[in-house]
Design a protein around this ligand. Structure first.
Ligand code: PDD
Length: 283
């Protein structure tokens, strides 16, 4: 549970969580009209900050909103909220603000609502997790990190009710990504991940895993992944800012590989942890 006295940022103010309030006419509340980011913090420093802020700008442009703060202003806000806590996550959300009535069309002259908080990161289950596959029922602009997450919420809940941690979505016979994560599969010794198009969120962790693979001679292809390839893969990983690189050991009740984190995951995870350590040491 998040501490109610936690100091959060809301529209230029720093105040305890239980005093941070927004209007019921806020378009985030009425329409899910907004975007968000989740940025991990290691050693008190945001990881891959420039990349997260660039994606935020792309998401804002995608819903026809302006970037409300400069890079420096975001940076100052984050250091103030991080308060020296080594490892945690930044959650930030920007909505189109509160109009004077409920109207789908954009209101004129309304300031956006900007909210940010820092909370703990849950421990990563390194022994591997179970996942299910589900049809993708989301809209067609999945590259925008929109707060409108109802489809993802329903899919994740289905996974949880089936004793799993993630739902991997598929459309037209292709596996795309998890409800809250990107997808990597090892097929015939080649690491595959779906390309960055409108079907998936361009994950910051995904990009880092691609970068690490390319820097370390791991053969990787960014191409569409067939659902059958996912089912018969030697290894399956999910990536996200809060779950890092997570090995999947069971899919729809069927064992993946030997039913334990595979050798390539062990290597990739070690390389990923090295990147975190570099940030901690300020390198
Ligand atoms: N989710 N795909 C989806 C649909 C996601 O929601 C996320 C992250 C990712 C991974 O992106 P990144 O590596 O940049 O975290 C992929 C965040 C963590 C969330 O909604 O809490």
């Amino acid at each position: 549970m998040v501490n109610q006295d936690l100091i959060v940022y809301l529209n230029g103010e720093y105040l305890p969580l239980n005093q941070a309030k927004v209007s019921v006419l806020d378009r985030g509340f009425l329409f899910g009209d907004g975007v968000y980011e989740v940025i991990p913090v290691y050693g008190g420093k945001p990881f891959r900050l420039a990349e997260h802020l660039e994606r935020l700008s792309n998401s804002l442009a995608g819903i026809r909103m302006e970037q409300p703060l400069s890079t420096e202003a975001w940076g100052e806000m984050f250091s103030r909220l991080i308060q020296g806590v080594e490892d945690q996550q930044i959650y930030l959300q920007i909505t189109r603000g509160a109009g004077t009535k409920r109207d789908h069309a954009f209101p004129k002259g309304v300031a956006p609502t900007v909210f940010t908080m820092c909370t703990a990161i849950a421990p990563i289950p390194a022994s591997g997790v179970k996942a299910i596959t589900v049809p993708d029922i989301r809209w067609q602009w999945c590259h925008i990190k929109a707060i409108t997450l109802l489809a993802n919420v329903l899919q994740k809940q289905q996974a949880v009710e089936e004793g799993c941690v993630e739902a991997i979505m598929h459309r037209d016979g292709f596996a795309l990504e998890g409800a809250t994560s990107n997808l990597f599969v090892l097929v015939n010794g080649i690491l595959l991940t779906p390309p960055k198009d409108n079907d998936i969120l361009p994950g910051i962790t995904r990009d880092l895993v691609v970068e690490i693979a390319q820097a370390n001679g791991i053969v990787l292809e960014q191409r569409k992944v067939l659902l059958e390839e996912l089912r018969s893969a030697e290894e399956v990983w999910l990536t996200s800012s809060t779950r890092e690189v997570l090995p999947v050991i069971e899919l729809d009740g069927q064992q993946i590989g030997k039913g334990q984190p595979g050798p390539l995951w062990i290597r990739m995870n070690a390389l990923y942890q090295e990147r975190k350590e570099l940030l901690r040491k300020g390198l």
